[in-house]
Design a protein around this ligand. Structure first.
Ligand code: PGA
Length: 252
């Protein structure tokens, strides 16, 4: 299966720079054999989707409310993301879990809403540094998967150790391989055969320099990229490293 490289632009990008970044990504996309998605802030989503129409680059939101519509000031419904041209959505990112007190239960309800409205959810899980030091990383992620994914989940899972996000630090290759193997086992155990089809992304300080090594690991099906997705050259560099590995049967 091809790798999926998703860019999480977080709270970055006014209209002009967002459009320029999207266009630069689109220009390099056809030369890359990985699936590409960019997730801009909601304010520029429609504009970015318009400039990427007809290109192979998909567009995603960074969150959605679980409700279809109604009294949720400041929130965005899945149907609204779809209406703007998104077909993907990041859910349960650790920054939303921390800043907006999102629980596994809330994330699971958002996943349902996203799926009902034709968005592919990219659900994020990952341990804190304290949980890893206490040897509780696998247990933590196992519970997050159990709580955040509905039993009929058909989306993407992103393993993002919180201590690796935006820090320039990553787990060792052995640690990433161990966690992705564990996550595949949990997906199979919790979702049955459907758990085999879920792409598992690694996220946390992915850069062009470490992408080839990380993307080659067993059960790593792509990357969720934050900081390096804000530079088209870096994002495409990661995609090229992944694409070079995307042979039939490789990558997971
Ligand atoms: P980073 O962010 O690549 O800047 O570490 C990853 C993420 O938060 O998804």
């Amino acid at each position: 299966m091809r790798h999926l490289i998703a860019g999480n632009w977080k709270m970055n990008g006014l209209a002009a720079e967002a459009t320029a970044l999207a266009e630069a990504v689109a220009q390099g996309a056809s030369a890359v054999s990985a699936d590409l998605v960019v997730c801009p802030p909601a304010t520029v989503l429609a504009r970015v989707a318009q400039s990427l129409a007809g290109t192979p680059v998909g567009v995603g939101g960074q969150d959605c409310n679980a409700a279809a519509s109604g009294a949720h000031t400041g929130d965005i419904a899945a149907a609204m993301l779809r209406d703007c041209g998104a077909t993907w959505v990041i859910l349960g990112h650790s920054e939303r879990r921390a800043d907006h007190h999102e629980t596994d239960d809330m994330v699971r309800q958002k996943v349902r809403a996203a799926t009902e409205h034709g968005l592919v959810p990219i659900v994020c899980v990952g341990e804190t540094e304290a949980q890893r030091q206490a040897g509780r990383h696998a247990e933590t992620v196992g519970w997050q998967i159990a709580g955040s994914l509905p039993k009929d989940f058909a989306g993407v899972l992103a393993y993002e150790p919180i201590w690796a996000i935006g820090t320039g630090r990553t787990p060792t290759e052995a640690e990433v391989a161990e966690m992705h193997g564990f996550i595949r086992g949990e997906l199979r155990r919790q979702l049955g055969a459907a758990g085999q089809a879920v792409r598992i992304l690694y996220g946390g300080s992915v850069k062009p320099a470490n992408a080839a090594a990380l993307m080659a690991l067993p059960e790593v099906g792509g990357a969720l990229v934050g900081g390096a997705s804000l530079m088209a050259a870096d994002f495409l560099g990661i995609a090229r490293a992944a694409g070079a590995l995307s042979k039939p049967g490789a990558g997971g």
